[in-house]
Design a protein around this ligand. Structure first.
Ligand SMILES: Nc1ncnc2c1ncn2[C@@H]1O[C@H](COP(=O)(O)OP(=O)(O)OP(=O)(O)O)[C@@H](O)[C@H]1O
Length: 286
């Protein structure tokens, strides 16, 4: 476990009044978000909360029709290339080519992200080492396990040495050992480089264990924000004020989110570990 909140000085990501609609659906609805340089920040929430849409605005893959997004002080609407140069992005969808080797996949990203030609081979080798894929580097990605594919995608995002790594559901559908492996590699790179990490996840236990701060997003907005301990203790206090026994166990993060989102959580999304997640991954690595 690594917890080094805000080891840098500045703000890595700032969203102010960010709004994005698909037709009548307000996917992101006045989002206020501030991620400190050097922290691991978890954006949590049920299916349809607006996490992916917000992430796509931050990565400049979607425009910013209302409000403002900045990444290390660069306006995502006006200075898209400056923002793109600073970040690595691991999307939910498959981004590795099964017909290329691991090394070739990473080399492709090195070219796309303009890593200088003379540095490419070294940087690809470093990225393979960082995710523990050196031995499998020259095998086709199509032969990799789900966990290896995810680590390959992580290496693709790391090859440009980003200051900000954005991961959309990095461990979805993986078994617990593979999930731990992905996080160990993320944390090792972060410890070595001071990179900021913004991650979306449905897994409350991961958010609790690996994130310095978490925000619960529901219906396009942040509904709760703090360290996992602060959020749990806050709900514990509210429950005690409402008559719960002091000896009651501390609430879980999932309790906090059910408390914040209320009944709408069940209506809209079922459980946090919605089956849809697993299906997406089956498609992704299949
Ligand atoms: N391309 C699209 N066209 C129309 N509606 C969309 C599109 N993408 C997302 N939406 C809608 O916008 C809302 C927010 O979706 P988004 O994918 O951002 O949520 P999310 O929190 O990332 O959910 P998930 O955990 O399922 O990925 C949802 O109501 C979704 O149906």
């Amino acid at each position: 476990m690594t917890r080094n909140a805000g080891t840098g000085q500045g703000e890595a990501v700032a969203c102010t009044g960010l709004a994005y609609a698909f037709g009548e659906t307000n996917a992101v609805d006045g989002l206020e978000l501030s991620v400190a340089e050097g922290e691991v920040f978890g954006l949590l929430g049920p299916n349809g909360a607006g996490k992916t849409t917000a992430i796509r605005c931050i990565t400049t893959l979607l425009p910013v029709p209302a409000g403002m997004v900045s990444v290390f002080g660069h306006d995502a609407a006006r200075d898209r290339m400056a923002v793109r140069r600073l970040l690595g992005y691991v999307p939910q969808q498959l981004s590795a080519d099964s017909g290329l080797t691991g090394r070739e996949n990473i080399a492709l990203f090195a070219r796309v992200f303009d890593v200088p030609r003379r540095e490419r081979a070294d940087r690809v080798g470093q990225a393979l080492t960082a995710v523990g894929l050196t031995d499998a580097a020259d095998r086709l990605a199509g032969t990799y396990s789900g966990g290896m594919v995810r680590r390959l995608e992580l290496a693709q995002a790391l090859v440009s040495a980003p200051r900000l790594l954005i991961l959309d559901e990095p461990t979805i559908g993986l078994d617990p050992i593979a999930r731990t492996g992905v996080w160990q590699h993320i944390n090792a790179v972060r410890a070595a480089t001071g990179m900021t990490v913004l991650v979306t996840t449905h897994y409350m236990d991961e958010a609790d264990q690996y994130c310095d701060r978490v925000a619960l997003m529901h219906r396009g907005r942040i509904r709760a924000l703090g360290t996992p301990d602060e959020l749990r203790e806050g709900l514990g206090e509210r429950r005690r004020a409402a008559g719960a026994a002091a000896t009651d166990p501390l609430p879980t993060l999932e309790d906090v989110f059910r408390d914040v989102a209320g009944s709408g959580l069940d209506d809209q999304a079922g459980d946090f570990r919605d089956v849809r997640s697993t299906r997406r991954t089956a498609h992704r690595v299949g």
